[in-house]
Each structure stands twice: as structure tokens, then as C-alpha cells.
Ligand binder design. Structure first.
Ligand SMILES: CCCCCCCCCCCCCCCCCCC/C=C/C(=O)SCCNC(=O)CCNC(=O)[C@H](O)C(C)(C)COP(=O)(O)OP(=O)(O)OC[C@H]1O[C@@H](n2cnc3c(N)ncnc32)[C@H](O)[C@@H]1OP(=O)(O)O
Ligand SMILES: Cc1cc2nc3c(=O)[nH]c(=O)nc-3n(C[C@H](O)[C@H](O)[C@H](O)COP(=O)(O)OP(=O)(O)OC[C@H]3O[C@@H](n4cnc5c(N)ncnc54)[C@H](O)[C@@H]3O)c2cc1C
Length: 676
């Protein structure tokens, strides 16, 4: 990160904001990103990317048509991976990998996205030694391109009903892959349409006449020389989408397509040559690639929200519109209290999500080490944490980005702002890797929280709780929340408030479920009738985790220059959640009306405190103009002249007269004239 972000020629308002900040941006950046050394490495990586001619992003991606965009993203992906090992530590996907990729690929996926984000981790963790020897080399050298083909036209969520079959034939020691219906067609896999010649295919395993559920297979789809689909394989692109249009998400069908026995991933489950099935240690080990993406996407999502809020705060500092005191001049829109309430909670959220991403990364790495030793103990915990965070974080990120866009008025609607790209990319995260509601229900039903199981075991006095769930067993306090005013409230009190709300809803949902079990004829029906309350319980549980984790993380900071900023943002995060959380905090009079009014006063006072530092705080996220790709969010604040330049470079302005005018409008006008 540079010594100072102030330069000659910068917009005067934004310069004044930076001069008036009460702390040094470098210090906060170091804390946010995990230390000075990491910030230094980010700068080193950024400089190396800037120096490399092949990584120059000369084409403004937003002006490209779909096929041009796909081609440009493929060019960038190849260049990015050609020089990757000279620039980054490729084994650090959560840190250097994700940053490096964002500098080059922007908010889009590409021909190699799934190759790196799902296939590589799956091969590292699910292939046996022999398969690892055979597959890892070509994956790393990129002599093949691969993807992860699981979802079908008819089924994405309910994996047990996938229709693609893999039937073992012991005579030839092959599996026969088949798509028996239209709805069995694989649909959605990234880079499947035109780029990949291999895929991990999830198919229902049948051997010796028995069904064993979905299992992963590493399947060649296209000829290594001609890239033509192999006989028995039908494959193509599914067409334009809301976002990620650089990626050729695809469809795939098999017609009795034979593949060798050793294409089934064999580290966990196995099929022996005679067709004997050997089950895995844990039934869900084959779902590991999904767990990896759910874990890594928390950081990705927080960075999307971080870039949106950087753009919105910087723009709000240079945009002057309206007067607060009549005749005293137009104010920066950042001075409006309503603007601050729209924006500053997004700063807090970005940090809360990022600190949670650090936690889930640590857990993922611990689980991976355990699994290497054959120990699956922590897997359910990781499944629960990553599923719950994935749902809450991607939803709040999408809502936050939209608030940032709205806060920028008309210019926020232009592609020049970058909001359309950020939003359409990030919001995909609500759907992929498990639809958000379904993942919340997982948290409630099956995951490490096992909320429902936990409640019954707590009441039976047999609960064995993890650190993250132990609060559920604590007795609800009979007294009110300890909140008196924002100045005096402690992190512990705020955490206690969220735990109160979560506990209250968890027990409420549990009791409703039990009641419904007496009213409906099956447990599944009762479960469905309790779904809304269960999702609320999961959401509050995850929010309690986010608040607790934020304050735990920040407690490591002893620097008197930046600690007050982190505390203000943490309090804003919590109080905004309490004020918006309404009923869960007021049940049984835990928060009184007066306390709630004081919470709102506390928020207003925090907004005032954060206001003078807002630009410096978002500067500390350390986004370069290269990453932001936003005229509104430029570091130098010179927005208006660059908006004009941006519009003028638009291909529609290459000629003064458009073909639309020549072909359609002119003949109409000429005809109109003739009728006069
Ligand atoms: C060198 C250069 C490098 C540069 C490159 C760097 C790259 C850096 C990376 C960048 C990161 C950017 C991130 C963005 C990438 C985006 C890519 C997007 C691609 C998208 C891909 C996909 O979407 S793939 C398809 C995903 N599909 C799903 O997620 C389907 C959802 N459904 C399910 O997961 C399941 O069906 C289910 C969980 C909903 C239910 O499963 P099932 O019916 O089988 O089980 P049960 O409900 O019966 O549960 C039984 C039991 O199992 C437990 N369980 C379920 N799942 C898991 C699991 N995964 N792990 C552990 N345990 C699990 C469940 O809790 C139950 O437990 P009980 O104890 O019995 O209750
Ligand atoms: C951008 C993007 C990239 C993707 N990339 C890939 C990829 O690379 N590989 C791949 O295999 N797939 C990929 N997918 C597919 C993705 O994983 C699925 O779309 C996702 O898992 C949701 O499944 P679905 O489409 O079947 O939704 P559905 O399950 O049909 O969901 C529709 C609605 O039904 C609800 N619902 C479904 N089941 C339940 C339930 N049990 N209880 C309550 N409500 C329920 C959901 O909450 C939702 O509201 C991608 C999708 C997108 C959008």
C-alpha cells in the first residue's frame, strides 16, 4: 500500500477527507488484512501484475458482447495462470490466490474458474494415490481443462435425486454413464459449455444391482487433439445469464458412455474390480469440493461488499447536492445522516464478514489436515459454519451492494459505477453452492449446530456442545439487556444480546416444531410447516456468531490509533442489527421501548463519529483502481471528467450516426415528412 493516497490533481473534497482522518490508513489496512507483511505482499503482487504486459486489461469489459467477453476472459485466465507461480504462492488460495485473481479477472468467472476452485481441491482431497499421480500433473500444467458437473435441469439442491447414472460393468471393468431423461441433463457447470475437456461428474452409482447414491467421477468429455465432444457426449453453452457472462456455463448429456473403473474417485468410497462397493468413512466426503467453495466464498463476498462501499463512500465525498443550512452552499452527500445510515453499516458488515472468513479458513485447514489422517470429527462443524455463513453473508452482501448503488443516485445505475458488475457477480453466491434457504435449513437440521438436536439434548441434560454452540445451553437471563447507552456498552453485553435473541428463536422454533409434530401426520410435514421459524433461528445463530467473532478478532488490537475506529464499527454493526432485528430483542421485555430508542440514538451518534474517517476507513480496504474498475470510486475522486471520457469511448460513439438511425429511424422520419 502506498505511503499516502493523496496526490496533486486529486479532487479537493476527497483530499480534505484524507487529511482530516484521525488515524493512519496503513495501520488500519495492516490490521484488516492480517499484518503489515500481508499488505506489503499485496503491493508486491499488485506491482508485479502491473508490470506484466500480458496482464494489462486494455479492453473495458462492460462494452463487450458475450462471445467477445468470453474470449477476453479466456485470454486473461491463460495469462494469469501462465505467470502465476512467478508472482504468488499458488498454495495460498484463501489469501494470495483470491487477491491475484481479482486483480486480473474482475467480477467474472472464466474458462479456468472451476478447474482451480473445485476440481483441484477435489483431486487433492478425494483422489487415491494412483489417481493423484495420474491427474494432478495435467491439472497443474493445464494440459487439460476441467469443471464440476453436478447440477441437472431437474435437480440441483436434492442431490439424492440426481438422475445421471453410473452403472458398473464388471465384465469390462467400466462404468456406463447415462442421462436417462431430459431432466437428467447436467445444467449450469461453469466452463463446461466450450472450454472444458474434462469434468468431475456426479452420478448415481449402481454396482452389482445395488444403488449407492451420488459419487464423483473424473470424465473425459472432448478429444484431446480436436476438442470435439467424444461419441456419446452432448455438450454446449446454456446462454446468457444475469452476470458472469465471461464464463461458458454449460449443459451435458451422456448416451451410454463408457469410462474406466479408475475414473471413479477412490480415496473414500471404492468399487473393486468385481463390483464390490467399499463405503467411505463419512457419507459426505464426496461433497468436499462444495465445502471448499462455501468456505472460500465468504472472503470473496466480503471483498465484493468492500469494493461497493469503497465506491459509494468515495463518490459521496465528492458529490455535492443540496444544502443543509440554507444559503451556505451545497454539501457533500456524505454529510446527510440518511446517507450515512445507508452506507456505514456496510463498512461494518464488510469487516464482520472478512473476520469470519479468516475463522472459516482456519477451520477448513484444520479439517483438511484431520481428513488426511482419516479423522472426520470436525467435518460436520465445517459443513455447518460454511453453510450458515454462506447464506447470511451472500444475502447481506447483495442487499448491501444494492444500498451502495441506490446511494449513488443516477450514476449508480450506470455500468461506469461498476455496481451492475459487482451485484450480478456477487448475487450468484446466494444460489450457487447450495441455495441460501436450503443451506439455512441444513444449519437448523443437520449441521454442526444441529440446532434441533441440540435443543432436545439440552433439555434432556445430555448436550455435548462445541465452543460455537455452548451459549445455547445457557439459561435465558431473567433481567433486561444491560444496554444503557452506546458509550458504556461492552462487547460482552452486545454479544449477550445476540445470543439472547438467537436462543429465544431457537427454542421458539423447536417448540413449534414439536407442536407441529402432533398436528401433522409425518415429521417431514411438521418440519415444512416450521421452515420459516427454523430459518430465522439459523440466521440469528449465524448473526450471533458474526458479532462474537468480530469482537473476538478486534480484541487482538491494542493500537490506540485504530482500536477506537474498530470499536465504533463493531458497535454500529451490533446496534444496527438490534435496531433492525426488532421482535427478537424485545421478546419478554428483554429490550424495553426506551432502550430501543437509546439504541437508535446510539446509532446516530456512531454515524457522526465515523463520518470524518469514512474515506480513510474504506481506503484501508486497500482496493486499487484496477480492482474497483469504477469511475465513481476512483482514488483521485475526479469523477465527472472521467464519466464524460468513459461515455465518449463507448463504441456507440465511434460514429456520429448509428445503424439504428440509418435502418429504422431515418426511413420512419422520411415517411413522416412525406405525410405532412
Ligand atoms: C494458480 C493460479 C490460481 C489462481 C486462481 C485462484 C482461484 C481462487 C478462488 C477464487 C474464489 C472465488 C469464489 C467463487 C467461485 C465461484 C464458483 C461457483 C461455482 C459453483 C458451483 C456449484 O454450485 S456446484 C453445485 C453445488 N450444489 C449444491 O451445493 C447442492 C446443495 N445440496 C446439498 O449440498 C445437499 O444435497 C444437502 C446438504 C442440501 C442435503 O444433502 P443430502 O440430501 O445428501 O443429505 P441429508 O440432508 O440427508 O443429510 C445427511 C447428513 O449429511 C450431512 N451433510 C450434508 N452435506 C454435508 C457436507 N457437505 N459435509 C458434511 N456433512 C454433510 C447433513 O448435515 C446430515 O447430517 P446429520 O448429522 O445426519 O444430520
Ligand atoms: C452462477 C451459478 C453458477 C453455478 N455453477 C455451477 C457449477 O459450476 N456446477 C454445478 O454443478 N452447478 C452450478 N450451479 C448450480 C447451483 O449449484 C444450483 O442452481 C443451486 O445449488 C440451487 O439448486 P437448484 O437450481 O436446483 O434450485 P432449487 O433447489 O430448484 O431451488 C428453487 C427454490 O426451491 C427452494 N427449495 C428447494 N429445495 C428445498 C427444500 N428442501 N426446502 C425448502 N426449500 C427448498 C429453494 O430455497 C429455492 O427457493 C451454478 C448456479 C449458478 C446460479
Amino acid at each position: 500500500m502506498e505511503d499516502t493516497l493523496i496526490r496533486e490533481g486529486d479532487n479537493l473534497d476527497i483530499t480534505k477527507e484524507r487529511r482530516n482522518a484521525t488515524f493512519r490508513v496503513k495501520k488500519l489496512a495492516a490490521f484488516i488484512h492480517g499484518g503489515e507483511e500481508i499488505v506489503r505482499r499485496r503491493k508486491e503482487i499488485y506491482d508485479a501484475v502491473e508490470r506484466e504486459p500480458r496482464l494489462k486489461n486494455s479492453v473495458p469489459i462492460e462494452f463487450l458482447a458475450r462471445e467477445e467477453r468470453h474470449e477476453e476472459q479466456a485470454r486473461r485466465a491463460v495469462a494469469m495462470t501462465d505467470v502465476a507461480t512467478d508472482i504468488i504462492d499458488g498454495s495460498d488460495m484463501f489469501g494470495e490466490g483470491i487477491y491475484y485473481q481479482s486483480l486480473i479477472m474482475g467480477r467474472d468467472l472464466h474458462s479456468l474458474s472451476l478447474h482451480y476452485s473445485m476440481v483441484l481441491p477435489a483431486i487433492q482431497n478425494q483422489a487415491d494415490d494412483e489417481q493423484l499421480d495420474e491427474w494432478l500433473g495435467p491439472i497443474i500444467s493445464r494440459s487439460l481443462i476441467s469443471t464440476y458437473a453436478q447440477t441437472e435441469l431437474g435437480h440441483g439442491t436434492n442431490l439424492s435425486k440426481l438422475e445421471t447414472t453410473a452403472t458398473y460393468d464388471p465384465k469390462t471393468q467400466e462404468f456406463i454413464l447415462h442421462s436417462p431423461t431430459i431432466t437428467a441433463t447436467k445444467w449450469w457447470p461453469g466452463a463446461l459449455g466450450k472450454s472444458s475437456n474434462y469434468a468431475i461428474v456426479m452420478a448415481q452409482l449402481y454396482t452389482n444391482g445395488k444403488w449407492h447414491g451420488p459419487h464423483p467421477f473424473f470424465v473425459q468429455l472432448r478429444d484431446a487433439e480436436t476438442h470435439m465432444p467424444l461419441k456419446g457426449v452432448t455438450v454446449g453453452d446454456i446462454g446468457p445469464k444475469l452476470g458472469i457472462n465471461g464464463s461458458d456455463n454449460g449443459f451435458l448429456r451422456f448416451n451410454n458412455f463408457r469410462i474406466p473403473r479408475k475414473t471413479m474417485f477412490m480415496k473414500n468410497a471404492k468399487v473393486l474390480p468385481d463390483g464390490t462397493y467399499v463405503p467411505p468413512k463419512h457419507a459426505k466426503l464426496g461433497f468436499g469440493a462444495m465445502v471448499f467453495v462455501r468456505s472460500i466464498m465468504i472472503k470473496d463476498q466480503s471483498m465484493q461488499l468492500g469494493s461497493a462501499i469503497t465506491i459509494a463512500v468515495r463518490y459521496s465525498a465528492i458529490r455535492r447536492q443540496g444544502e443543509i443550512v440554507p444559503n451556505s452552499g451545497e454539501v457533500q452527500i456524505l454529510d446527510y445522516q440518511t446517507q450515512q445510515l445507508r452506507l456505514f453499516p456496510q463498512i461494518s458488515r464488510t469487516l464482520a464478514f472478512l473476520f469470519a472468513a479468516y475463522e472459516v479458513k482456519d477451520l477448513y485447514l484444520r479439517v483438511t489436515t484431520q481428513l488426511q489422517e482419516g479423522n472426520t470429527e470436525l467435518l460436520p462443524e465445517l459443513h455447518g459454519l460454511s453453510s450458515g455463513l454462506k447464506s447470511v453473508v451472500s444475502w447481506e452482501t447483495a442487499q448491501g451492494i444494492e444500498q451502495c448503488r441506490l446511494a449513488c443516485g443516477g450514476h449508480g445505475y450506470s455500468q461506469a459505477s461498476a455496481f451492475p458488475e459487482i451485484y450480478s457477480y456477487a448475487v450468484g453466491g446466494c444460489t450457487y453452492e447450495g441455495e441460501n434457504i436450503v443451506m439455512l435449513l441444513q444449519v437448523a437440521r443437520q449441521a454442526f449446530l444441529g440446532l434441533v438436536k441440540i435443543v432436545s439434548s439440552i433439555r434432556a441434560g445430555t448436550a455435548k456442545l462445541s465452543l460455537l454452540t455452548s451459549y445455547i445451553a445457557e439459561k435465558q437471563p431473567k433481567t433486561r439487556s444491560k444496554f444503557t447507552c452506546v458509550e458504556n456498552v461492552s462487547a460482552e453485553d452486545l454479544i449477550a444480546d445476540f445470543e439472547y435473541a438467537a436462543r429465544e428463536q431457537i427454542f421458539y422454533a423447536y417448540d413449534l416444531l414439536k407442536k407441529n409434530e402432533t398436528l401433522y401426520s409425518t415429521p417431514e410435514e411438521a418440519w415444512n410447516k416450521t421452515g420459516i421459524e427454523l430459518c430465522k433461528a439459523s440466521r440469528l445463530h449465524v448473526k450471533a456468531f458474526l458479532v462474537r467473532n468480530y469482537f473476538n478478532y478486534v480484541s487482538k488490537c491494542n493500537d490506540s490509533e485504530i482500536r477506537p475506529i474498530l470499536d465504533q464499527l463493531g458497535k454500529l454493526y451490533a446496534l444496527d442489527g438490534i435496531s433492525g432485528g426488532g421482535v427478537w430483542f424485545t421478546r419478554r421485555g428483554y429490550y424495553s421501548d426506551d432502550q430501543m430508542a437509546t439504541v437508535r440514538q446510539g446509532i446516530y451518534s456512531l454515524l457522526e463519529k465515523i463520518r470524518p474517517n469514512a474515506v480513510a476507513i474504506v481506503d484501508a480496504f486497500d482496493f486499487s483502481d484496477r480492482e474497483l474498475q469504477s469511475v465513481l470510486g476512483r482514488r483521485d475522486g475526479n469523477v465527472y471528467e472521467n464519466l464524460l471520457k468513459w461515455a465518449q469511448q463507448n463504441p456507440m460513439n465511434r460514429s456520429e450516426i448509428s445503424t439504428a438511425y440509418i435502418k429504422h429511424l431515418k426511413p420512419m422520419m422520411t415517411e413522416g415528412k412525406s405525410k405532412l
